[in-house]
Design a protein around this ligand. Structure first.
Ligand code: UDP
Length: 323
């Protein structure tokens, strides 16, 4: 089966590409390298450098790849940035994404697998969060992903484009070859590990006055190899709908810092900073639906395993990818 992967040079995309290739799929990566890295593209994949802003280019690329399925990772994904520059999020994640949907429908692609997010829910009424909770995002990032989820439902109904959308909780960890390297790093685990690597003197904790036991935000961390496994299971014909992907365990920012100290054996000083706008206090998944309906079985369900794989990768690649 031919799979066309947008954003396949990015963090989650690169690992999904590796998993697809290991499972015997033929992969074309489409990425503009604005966030991704050429070195993160598995050499077994065909690489097309391009931008979803160009409808003619994307239509040609989908056709040339003889795509039977599309994995759509290419997007902007930073809560904080989306609060400062909402247009970037609506333009890239919604308008440019629509170019891809149109190309998929025109090429009669069988399956569209979408990277959505728990940020589509906003602060939940209850945790762990099931897929049927109301979706009331509190930042433009979550709103842009929710808009795309709605477009997918219409394209399925009107064009027969079968979709499956995964609402990721906090993607983390690494495989042997591919890990997390953003040119501007905003994510918690890599920023904390930078201190252990000697690249920063201290880490920062955004908000210590949340209504949580230690006052810091609680998140559900999920290993990227486990995300990749779910995506491949989602390719099966007839699998459609929305699925949370998380472990069902919530860890506070302080608990993550402590786990990084345990895994690295280094002291990691942390300073309290003001809250980051757009952050819900607590996001924890109920992912039973993916387990029951897709047969999903996370292989790295503990925070210790997740942080350990990230640490191993960062030690081997202290400067990340070099391009
Ligand atoms: N965070 C933090 N310090 C950092 C980076 C993140 O305290 O250097 C907090 C952030 O405010 C949030 C949690 O850690 O509560 C996870 O943030 P991240 O950016 O990793 O993922 P998000 O939940 O925004 O997708």
């Amino acid at each position: 089966m031919n799979v066309f992967v947008t954003g396949g040079a990015g963090y989650i995309g690169s690992v999904c590409v590796e998993s697809l290739l290991d499972a015997g799929y033929t992969v074309t990566v489409f990425d503009n390298l604005s966030e991704g890295h050429r070195a993160a593209v598995d050499p077994r994949a065909t690489f097309v450098q391009g931008c979803l802003s160009d409808p003619a280019l994307i239509t040609r690329a989908v056709a040339a790849a003889r795509a039977e399925a599309i994995f759509h990772f290419a997007a902007h994904a930073l809560v904080g940035e989306s609060m400062k520059n909402p247009a970037k999020y609506f333009r890239n994640n919604v308008a440019y994404g629509l170019n891809l949907l149109e190309a998929a429908a025109a090429a009669r692609v069988r399956k569209f697998v979408f990277s959505s997010t728990c940020a589509t829910y906003g602060p939940p009424e209850r945790v762990p969060m099931t897929e049927d909770l109301p979706q009331r995002p509190i930042n433009p990032y979550g709103e842009s992903k929710l808009m795309f989820e709605k477009m997918l439902q219409w394209y399925q109904q009107l064009h027969g484009l079968e979709f499956i959308a995964f609402r990721y909780f906090n993607a983390a960890g690494a495989t042997e070859k591919y890990g997390e390297h953003h040119r501007v790093e905003t994510h918690l685990i890599p920023n904390v590990l930078k201190v252990a690597l000697g690249q920063a003197a201290q880490c920062e904790i955004f908000g210590t006055d949340y209504p949580t036991p230690d006052g810091t935000c609680i998140r559900d961390y999920i290993h990227i190899a486990d995300l990749a496994q779910a995506h491949i299971l989602g390719l099966a014909p007839g699998k459609t709908g929305f699925y949370n992907l998380g472990n069902g365990d919530g860890y506070s920012v302080r608990e993550v810092v402590q786990m990084c100290e345990k895994v690295t054996g280094k002291k990691i000083p942390a300073v309290a900073k003001p809250r980051r706008p757009g952050d819900p206090p607590r996001l924890v998944a109920a992912a039973n639906k993916a387990v029951v309906e897709l047969g999903w079985q996370p292989r790295y369900p503990t925070l210790e395993a997740i942080v350990s794989t990230a640490w191993a990768w960062h030690q081997r690649h202290p400067a990340g990818y070099t391009d």
